[in-house]
Write a protein that binds this ligand. Sequence first.
Ligand code: XMP
Length: 545
Amino acid sequence: MPIRCSRVLSRRRWSVKTHKAAISEFIFQEVSMASQTVLVLDFGGQYNQLIARRVRECSVYCEVRPYTTPVAEIKAMAPIGIIFTGGPNSVYDPASPQADPEIFKLGIPILGICYGCQLIAHNLGGRVTAATADSAREYGKTETYFRTDCKLFKGLPAESVTWMSHGDYMEKVPEGFELVAHSDACPNVAICDERRGFYGVQFHPEVNHTAYGTAMLRNFLYEVCGAKGQWTMGDYKDVAIRQIREKVGDGKVLLALSGGVDSSVAAALIAEAVGNQLTCVFVDHGLMRLNEGDEVEEAFRKWDINFVRVNAEELFLSKLAGVSEPERKRKIIGEEFIRVFEAEAKKIGQVDYLAQGTIYPDVIESGAGDAAVIKSHHNVGGLPDYVDFKEIIEPLRMLFKDEVRQLGRELGLPEYLVMRQPFPGPGLAIRCLGDVTKEKLDILRLADFIFRDEVAKAHLESAMSQYFAVLTNMRSVGVQGDGRTYDYTLALRSVTTTDFMTADWTRIPYDVLDRVSVRIVNEVPHINRIVYDITSKPPATIEWE
Ligand code: XMP
């Protein structure tokens, strides 16, 4: 029975579904770990999953739930602490998301971040107003002064940089609270009522720009909430395996395997859970790098799993013919992938579940919740509306890349596979600007191979998180031999990052760039100019399309 996907995909991760479609969200939802849980209440901020990830980094289990989660449910979960996220609203706007006042009576410590801090103030008798330019509106890095006798800032410097992004301001601090941080522009940057375990900060401790942000969150968890730090990626693995087993029962799962880190880790996890009820389908869409299809096949044939390779180059290239708009390319590829998987599932018979290695940045950049669509990652936003599977299982959906790698290690995957640089599902189609043809792909494949080869020879792989060539659709005049050429410009891209949500361009040594350039223009026909992309993300993205 086909299920409809698109509405679900655009929903917030933690919402309760009433729609019949189902992207499986079981991994974090019903975990009743013996260990302690921290609850992140989502008020619509940009960095909510980053907060959850930071808490996990501190070895404390964490769940993100919508702000509408009933207090009775929260009480039943018995979290050791609650974090209110930021959000785009003003607390005094009647339509803004509000906290149930009963939550303050549970006796559970609460940390409010930005909007969350203002909510605490607003609910407990303080006053929040719109800041004026010369009082307390602040954006960006801000020198901040702390009282280190407050548990939140214990052991940290009395002065450091925080990342602010707020237009509202706590004009009056609620009774029982103390002011524990200020900046040059704003007297009320952080408040606390240590007796009740309530803390509020106007800045964002979860982003890297806040110098001691993780240390502050750690203080909240360990000094205030009494965390013991028992949660590990090993726990995640065990819970995920148990839940996949319960979900799938004796059913069959088809996994979309690309040979990249994410789908390989998902394959290992699901194989551990349900063994040969899993079939991994590798679709060679003709958009892979040089020799990659054969390499993936060779690697996975050695695994003790059901492995199927589908050669579908002609199909994909015919569907992409004449298409140059990036989002259109992504949608076409997403749709064709699904159709191939459906056909393979029919051959196997009675396959209920489609599994994918979707990770958190794929979800967020495809426009989860209220976040804007940056690009439709093919395994999320690129999915067609109807999919002929009962359910889609995405066990890595809430993990960042480095967490996925950690999980891969827990599952015993070899280091070369765990540390492979990412390769996007739509493959070279989104690195071949303009229309996608076999001729252009072959040019790109060879140039990309030379770039990777020279990086390997220079032993630079570990300094570069992701690096590749892009065939721009631009041609320019050159001179080769004694003749004029009018050929393609190739761009080289390399970034350094941990989470792939933000990235810096890599400072590749000039001599390496020079060797790459000389080899490409000599060995690859139809390229007469090479440029190096020196933009970070943001404002650019890592891929060009
Ligand atoms: P961007 O270009 O959005 O890329 O900065 C962030 C990371 O995601 C990878 N990427 C994808 N991965 N399906 C994937 O599985 C996709 O459609 C997709 N698009 C981008 C990209 O290579 C980078 O690692």
